[in-house]
Design a protein around this ligand. Structure first.
Ligand code: ARG
Length: 292
């Protein structure tokens, strides 16, 4: 049933996306400062998965209207401006992103992406722009069960990670004896944790921190060691010019302190009214923002 809902949502979302495209086309192509080849001339097409505050999510205004927010999205805009391209963001579930990049239909994946060597067939990696790390998270009620990573590895535990993420690999690595559960959205993980359906989950550290601020029942148990640390941008495979100028832009953004401002702003918005997930065909959140 869940699968069916997810499928229906994906189809609806795609319809919405096409509707969105027609509207977007009214925004003129950029002048393309560095004469870079992109999938759509004059545009920078960026795929993301907006279920991931403070990286990417929807901030809601007083009327409940969503707009894409998060430091990844601010970085996307910065890069597009630097390159003289018009930014076009295509939201999708995280597990669709690598397929999209492999198919060559987007220029960049900016989605809290970890530089997992397995992904190098589908994308080239930019320089690292953020020192993301990994966490094991549970609820306060369950916290006494988990003292360290080794204590998560018991067959009676249900432990989740987001589908298609490196957190899945971490779950398999550190909790191989537990019942491992894949959930499509980071928000699903939090919902199942809070409702007591699962015992724990592997989540990106900052995302765990942001959720813990909004759901005081949550508790981070420990940091989870992971080799390919940090977050990078996935760049369309083989587009050397794009990779070069994306790195130029992001290093400038980080070095001149602009990126730190994006992070601060994202944290502030993540603490306010927001929605994490894909929008419905009407361009509105499909669930109330107040999930509790
Ligand atoms: N850093 C992890 C990975 O690359 C998870 C990223 C999930 N991103 C998201 N926007 N939901 O696998």
């Amino acid at each position: 049933m869940k699968k069916l809902i997810a499928l229906t949502m994906a189809v609806l979302m795609m319809l919405g996306m096409f509707a969105g495209c027609t509207a977007d086309q009214e925004e003129a192509p950029g002048k393309n400062t560095y004469n870079i080849t992109t999938v759509k001339e004059g545009y920078l097409t960026v795929v993301t998965s907006p279920d991931y505050a403070p990286y990417e999510f929807y901030a809601l205004d007083e009327a409940g209207n969503p707009s894409l927010a998060g430091f990844d999205m601010a970085l996307a805009k910065y890069i597009a401006d630097y390159l003289g391209l018009t930014l076009e963001v295509v939201p999708m579930d995280f597990n669709g992103i690598m397929g999209e990049m492999a198919a060559g239909t987007a220029d960049l994946a900016i989605a809290g992406l970890s530089p997992d060597p397995d992904r190098e067939d589908s994308v080239d990696f930019s320089d690292m722009y953020y020192e993301g790390k990994q966490a094991f998270i549970t609820t306060k009620a369950n916290a006494s069960k988990f003292t360290d990573l080794a204590s998560t590895n018991k067959s009676e535990y249900q432990i989740a990670a987001q589908t298609g993420t490196i957190q899945n690999d971490l779950a398999a690595q550190y909790s191989p004896d537990a019942q491992l559960i894949n959930l499509v959205k980071a928000t699903d993980i939090i919902a199942e944790l809070v409702s007591g359906k699962i015992d724990g989950a592997y989540v990106e550290w900052d995302v765990a921190v942001a959720y813990s601020a909004n759901y005081p029942d949550l508790q981070i148990v420990c940091e989870v060691p992971y080799e390919a640390e940090g977050n990078v941008i996935g760049v369309k495979k083989g587009n050397a010019d794009l990779l070069k100028y994306v790195n130029e832009a992001l290093n400038k953004c980080v070095d001149d302190g602009q990126f730190a401002k994006f992070v601060a702003e994202a944290l502030e918005l993540a603490a306010g009214d927001n929605y994490q997930g894909l929008l419905g065909p009407d361009g509105k959140p499909t669930e109330p923002s107040d999930e509790e």
